[in-house]
Write a protein that binds this ligand. Structure first.
Ligand code: PLP
Length: 482
């Protein structure tokens, strides 16, 4: 990606790739969209892809592959044990992260299951910059507790702080002093902190966390799923590392980490996941769990074709012109929305553009799921599928009370290399329309509420007939219903 300036002064991100395989999209009229979201229980996870125009639900497993990745998939060596493909990935991991041992797994949460099984005992405390949904679920399932030690700035929705994913070293030290290594199996640092808007940590901060971990003899685990974006931001925003290559920055990050795990659905634009380390002890503690839950050690639940794609994808992650595609598209979207007064998370992060539902629909109380309501309304107004990242994505506490989220966000993920600038402009335009008509949006209430990961399967309904009013207004402004 390159940002170019047009003759008229406008700056746009320019794609440094061409598209050679295309997939047809449907843009259904607004009446069909409201039917579809009703059938989906106002939960965008339950929409059918055929009813979605732009799928901005996630960047997980839906990034466009390169010609080189597709070519590599053709030469995969398929065998249950000892496939050449495995050794290729292992070698690439060694080359990029300088880690000796590699354990494949079928996706990121599978790595979390293995880590939690191996290290989290009842009563354990796991400090981290911020939780991710599946990470927290696995730690809690083993009887552990997540303690977030994010800097205060990280939870300010609008900010110009460049590294909102940083750990607060004083908070971390006081946890270490209170619980010590006996209760704290590891600290988890998440790259491109997902739930607070794809916000990066600074390499200086990671290094300081490392020093603190050394002082107390505690392991440091890196969740590298969103590492590509974090790498780009370190190079862009952290003066000390601007002259370094992405590969050199990656090595410095890896050197700070005892264990690295990742979802290859994000990192490496393939499908799968993996854990790597230089500690034989750690490798040994997790290895049988891989064979138990995932598959034999040389595939771990991944197809060998995806492993070939991963090896190439990891290499491509070291190319700055490749990894800047996501962040630069997102920056464009965030800037355009902000210019027009729409509340968004700033500074622009990785992963996607995040609408701040707590201000967008500030008349909806948290108990009526403002971010869920906004995600449903946006689908009705545009066919764009986003994801609720707010109170719906939390779980109720032991007494059945709601846990209100720190932030009420609608995430509009921009899978890498998938959409064009005109599609992004369409999404921006419909968000602007919705913002003008935001008073029409009202809350949601549960019809079916599962007790675990309710945001995946829960079904909700609008608290009034606000959706038909929204449709009527839409048809007044766009008479063909599109
Ligand atoms: C997506 C993600 C995971 C889980 O990965 P899956 O492949 O979806 O299971 C873990 N951590 C972070 C930071 C993620 O973004």
């Amino acid at each position: 990606m390159t940002v170019v300036r047009f003759y008229n002064g406008e700056q746009i991100p320019l794609e440094m790739h061409k598209t050679r395989i295309v997939q047809k999209l449907n843009l259904n009229p607004v009446e069909q969209r409201v039917e579809a979201i009703t059938a989906a229980g106002n939960n965008t996870f339950l929409l059918k892809n055929r009813d979605v125009f732009l799928d901005l639900l996630t960047d997980s497993g839906v990034n466009a592959m390169s010609d080189k990745q597709l070519a590599a998939m053709m030469e995969a060596d398929d065998s249950y044990a000892g496939s050449e493909t495995f050794y290729k990935v292992e070698k690439k991991i060694k080359e990029i992260f300088d880690k000796e041992y590699f354990l494949p797994a079928h996706q990121g949460r599978a790595c979390e299951n293995i880590l939690a099984n191996a290290y989290v005992k009842p009563g354990a405390i796991v400090p981290m910059n911020y939780h991710f949904t599946t990470t927290k679920a696995h730690i809690v399932l083993q009887g552990g507790t997540v303690e977030e030690v994010l800097i205060d700035e990280g939870l300010k929705v609008t900010s110009d702080y460049p590294f909102k994913g940083n750990i607060d070293l004083d908070k971390l030290r006081s946890l270490f002093e209170r619980y010590g290594a006996a209760r704290i199996p590891f600290v988890r640092m998440e790259a491109g902190t997902n739930l607070i808007g794809g916000q990066p940590f600074a390499l200086e901060n990671l290094r300081a966390v490392r020093r603190l971990c050394d002082e107390f003899g505690i392991m440091l685990v890196l969740d590298a799923s969103l590492l590509a974006d974090n790498l780009y931001f370190i190079k862009e925003r952290e003066a000390a590392y601007q002259e370094m290559s992405i590969g050199e920055i990656t090595r410095l990050i890896a050197d700070c980490s005892d264990i690295i795990y990742f979802s290859a659905r994000k990192l490496g634009c393939a499908r799968g996941g993996g854990i790597c380390t230089n500690s034989f002890e750690a490798y040994n503690a997790m290895r049988e769990l891989v064979t138990l839950y995932e598959g034999f050690l040389t595939y771990g639940g991944m197809s060998v074709r995806e492993m070939e794609a991963l090896a190439v994808g990891l290499d491509e992650t070291m190319d700055e012109e490749m990894i800047n595609q996501g962040p630069q598209f997102i920056a464009y979207m965030v800037d355009e929305l902000q210019k027009n007064g729409v509340p968004v998370v700033t500074p622009a992060g990785g992963l996607g553009c995040h609408l701040d539902a707590s201000r967008f629909v500030d008349h909806i109380p948290q108990s009526q799921y403002p971010a869920g309501a906004l995600a449903a309304a946006l689908y009705i107004a545009s066919g764009v599928r986003g994801m609720e990242r707010g109170t719906l994505s939390e779980a109720r506490d032991a007494t059945g009370q709601e846990t209100f989220a720190d932030m009420e966000l609608v995430r509009l993920a921009l899978p890498r290399r998938v959409f064009t600038l005109s599609q992004v402009k369409y999404a921006i335009d419909r968000i602007l329309w919705l913002y003008e008509n935001r008073k029409l949006i009202e809350g949601l209430t549960f019809v079916e509420e599962p007790s675990v990961l309710r945001f995946f399967f829960g079904k909700l309904q609008p608290i009034s007939d606000w959706q038909s009013k929204l449709v009527a207004m839409f048809k007044e402004d766009f008479d063909n219903g599109l």
